[in-house]
Ligand binder design. Structure first.
Ligand SMILES: *Cc1c(COP(=O)(O)O)cnc(C)c1O
Length: 440
């Protein structure tokens, strides 16, 4: 028997941990029962519009029938089989499709269970590659301040060092960090000196660095910042000069979120390794992938121990792969660049007037990403009540009130999201938050 909604929520409150929350004094949560299109349906029948694509993965809308049917069909034939010693058609077909989408030559694909794991895999690939070439000391990475690459220890270690590094100092590996690309905003004239910090850091530690990693063009979960694609071109030159690999984490920005299929397409260059995830299955099952070149795969294989040392239990889960294929069908079946451009124009027009609000310091829009930065955040309860009045679900963090709606969100719904953000941004600042606060 299903428990009543209040009983279920009471159990949740005392037994379940939620993301970035206290297990003892958790913030309120909604009991979601169903979802469709842009809507999440709660136990009491209330519908909320998901203006953040459930953490940026629900690209085609919730419970898309093409994807749910693919999962159902696959579950009747083969829900899972170990990927050591076996392969299966969903993995093969999805890899084939991914290889057609990733930059030229990145057609050697490792399936990971989540974005964080795909970053861990990319890191290990880079280290094993350098090891095989006779550079065992090249076992650290160079990352950017303001970046975010996931919550597992290895991925957290590459994320902004002002975040959780202090708390987990004893646990996480030490990497090198260059200044955040704040001095070279997108859509401004390229500022060469913005690249000084990364160049200096890389040149000082070139014998210890296996790879450089960044979120191309769009630093998402930590900084909500768009930067100049020339930065990526310079990175490519610098890495080539020193035999250091370049890793692009397209987990948030990929699959048309910023306009083109990949955010880095604006730069005209390609990385050596790319991480993709989030919208890969359209937000239906967890799956990510790390893709690299045949050359790098071969170098790794030729080195000690002649194998790549990673193998998760659920690697290339067939249900997740089937969802991935169906999601890529949908991406191929209509013009997402055009629908994202439509969302971008509407967000630009709709959010621009918020610049004149007293607490608003900046408004930034790129693709289906609309960010309102405030000087100090309003109280979470106030934001919550204002957005719920509009039937909109948003999850602001730090000084950012933002939307990253499903890429298929119709104009009328985007209009409602803009209205909710406008009301939230007009709220008075709340009490100061501790400077040491984490990003969520
Ligand atoms: C979300 C995210 C990750 C981590 O992905 P998970 O699936 O949450 O582990 C890594 N990199 C970027 C850029 C992300 O936005």
């Amino acid at each position: 028997m299903e428990s009543s909604a209040p009983d279920a929520l009471a159990y949740d409150r005392s037994h379940l941990w939620h993301p970035y929350a206290s297990p003892l004094n958790p913030p309120p949560v909604f009991l979601a029962e169903r979802a469709h299109d842009t809507q999440i349906v709660l136990a009491d029948g209330t519908e909320l519009t998901d203006a953040v694509s459930s953490w940026w993965c629900v690209a085609h809308g919730h419970n898309h029938p093409h994807i749910t049917k693919a999962i159902q069909r696959q579950s009747e034939a083969l829900s899972h089989v170990m990927f050591g010693g076996f392969t299966h058609r969903p993995a093969i077909e999805l890899a084939r499709r991914i290889a057609q989408l990733t930059p030229e030559g990145l057609d050697s694909i490792f399936f990971a269970d989540s974005g964080s794991i795909s970053v861990e895999v990319a890191t290990k690939m880079a280290v094993q590659y350098q090891y095989a070439l006779g550079y065992p000391n090249r076992n650290r990475l160079l990352a950017l301040r303001g970046g975010y690459h996931g919550d597992t220890a290895g991925a957290m270690a590459l994320s902004d060092p002002d975040g959780m590094h202090k708390l987990f100092a004893g646990l996480i590996p030490r990497h090198f960090f260059a200044d955040a690309p704040t001095q070279c905003p997108l859509r401004s004239e390229w500022n060469e000196s913005a690249f000084d910090s990364i160049r200096t850091t890389l040149e000082a530690h070139r014998d210890e660095i296996a790879a450089v990693i960044c979120e191309p063009v769009f630093q998402a979960a930590n900084a909500m910042w768009f930067y100049h694609p020339n930065y990526l071109r310079r990175m490519r030159e610098l890495c080539d000069e020193h035999g250091i690999l370049l890793i692009f984490d397209e987990i948030a920005a990929g699959f048309y979120r910023t306009g083109p299929l990949w955010a880095h397409a604006r730069s005209g260059i390609s990385p050596d390794i790319i991480c993709i995830g989030k919208a890969l299955t359209g937000g239906h099952l967890t799956l990510a992938a790390t893709a690299t070149s045949h050359r790098i795969a071969k170098t790794i294989s030729n080195g000690f121990p002649g194998a790549f040392m990673h193998g998760p239990t659920y690697m290339a889960n067939p249900l997740a792969c089937a969802a991935g294929i169906a999601s890529l069908d949908l991406f191929a079946g209509s013009d997402y660049t055009a629908s994202v451009r439509r969302i971008e124009q509407q967000l630009q027009t709709g959010l621009a007037p918020l610049r004149s609000l007293p607490n608003v310091t900046a408004v930034r829009v790129l693709g289906a990403v609309g960010i309102v930065e405030v000087a100090s955040p309003p109280r979470a309860e106030d934001v919550r009540s204002v957005i719920l009045d509009h039937g909109i679900w948003l999850r602001p963090f730090g000084n950012f009130i933002y939307t990253m709606p499903p890429l298929v969100t119709p104009p009328e719904t985007i209009g409602k999201i803009i209205a909710a953000i406008a009301d939230a941004a007009a709220l008075p600042p709340g009490p100061p938050v501790p400077a040491d606060g984490f990003h969520e």
